[in-house]
Write a protein that binds this ligand. Sequence first.
Ligand code: 4AD
Ligand code: MG
Length: 465
Amino acid sequence: MKRTVIADALKRTDFGADVNVKGWVRTRRGNKNVSFIALNDGSTIHNIQIVVDNAKFGDEALKPVTTGACLSVTGKLVESMGKGQAVEVQAEAIEVYGTADPDTYPLQKKGHSMEFLREIAHLRPRTNTFGAVFRIRHHMSIAIHQYFHEHGFYYFHTPLITASDCEGAGQMFQVTTLDLKNPPRDEAGNIDYAQDFFGKQTSLTVSGQLEGELAATGLGAIYTFGPTFRAENSNTPRHLAEFWMIEPEVAFADLEDLMALEEDFIKYLVRWALDNCRDDLEFLNNMVDKGLIERLQQVVSTDFVRLPYTEGIRILEEAVAKGRKFEFPVYWGCDLASEHERYLVEEHFGRPVIMIDYPKEIKAFYMKQNADGKTVQGTDVLFPQIGEIIGGSVREENYDKLMARIDELHIPMKDMWWYLDTRRYGTCPHAGFGMGLERLLLFVTGMANIRDVIPFPRTPNNAEF
Ligand code: 4AD
Ligand code: MG
């Protein structure tokens, strides 16, 4: 008999029909005469209840039906008399695809810690929480493509292997086929990358932006969406060494356009989650974070604050003067820590903040310089619980100004002639931003640690699975 996905079976009302469902046993309870099996196949957070007349199958046949076992169950779909479900299946035939020895299967009880589940990341998709998180991750990915498609952006694929450091932070993972024990050297004794695979030193990309700008200056509006790598040794609940970044880039956009895009984009995604991931959000709201759904609803219905950096510093300094303690010092020119960002968002304004006009010293070389000579048109979108969820900017489109900044920072431009060509030929005002998919997911799922919103996290000292 053809299999019915459990999400569909739970919606059916043609009671008395024969059905086949397949899935993994979440729990089995009951008594001498009857067993109740909660079966889940990942199509929904909800299990379907299988009712088994023990005598019909015999104890021996039912012995392998334990938590974690995989079953194919054929039987009658009936209206459930019990609480908590509308339909159930009265089992007529049970095939055990795979047993799960109760003595060794690690997912026995409910309420394992997130830390423990990270150690068994190969099994955690079988839990309610991670099922919900990964279904929402899928939905957010689809919504991202849908948003850009609806708004006239083209999906543009940028390379993962690159010879340029977009953010200039030197946090790159090197890609090489050289013999690390005995690399070729030039006359000065330095490693001779001319003999490496690509004929130059290469790394995994920290951002697709530079190539994205090339595309935007031809296609008008593009976005990238792919893996991004950062060798920053920061063991925080918000940093991964491998994450997924979405980077739109738009020709002819100014600061106002950029901020409007950032706000509209995030609201669209959060609304999508509220409209399409209701069951999973309700589960997470109950089990993980009681304020989750309310926070999501709040974000879609409030205007984001636009806040110049200088004004933000003034607010923080005022708070310090009134006795608010921060771990890191606040002064004009400092790079805000997430405690500062969260103070502004959660305590001072009570809604998301788009901070703009940062000191040029703390931002990347490509940001458009303001007339004051001190600040640049960078935008960070700051969110409750998360801090920075988006980083973006208007780009410096003036060749001479851009070169002056590059010289000031001693950025080696030998390999970036192609980037400068956008400013040399038909340069145009343009802007863009980057959003980490996992930062968005932290917000949308209410999960506390970024390691728990990506299937197999890559962090310092951790590349298991
Ligand atoms: O602020 P960032 O470094 O900006 C850029 O990379 C620009 N090139 C983007 C652009 O303008 N096209 O990174 C952008 C976003 C951050 O706001 C954050 O959401 C995410 O990427 N991000 C990380 N997420 C997880 N782990 C990390 N180590 C991250 N670093 C950045
Ligand atoms: Mg940033």
